[in-house]
Design a binder for this molecule. Sequence first.
Ligand code: SF4
Ligand code: SF4
Length: 104
Amino acid sequence: MGEVEFNNENVMKCLCTGCPVQGTSECVKGKIQKMQEMMAEDIDIATVIGPEDVPGLYCASGEASCTDLYYHEECQCPECPVFKENELADGKTVGYYCRDGKAD
Ligand code: SF4
Ligand code: SF4
């Protein structure tokens, strides 16, 4: 298990944008819209916007900058390819990286 890399490939694999924990967040909605606009222009988003602008890949970037998340819903991380590839199930923090900080 190593540190998860904050890169475009992992942003694409991340399941956070479809996670119910973020489903009702207006703050997240705004960030997703901005990201989609960038992706439509075929820009490598991980290089042009910082982790605070990506509402996901929290296992690499740490706690969410949005504060209106609903943590009573279920974290999707265990289903995510990034989670499996980096063996995050063996870490101290397992899932809910948006709340508890990056994978360790
Ligand atoms: S880290 Fe887990 S709980 Fe947080 S948004 Fe991503 S999938 Fe959902
Ligand atoms: S393990 Fe969770 S936070 Fe990390 S990329 Fe996958 S869904 Fe996103």
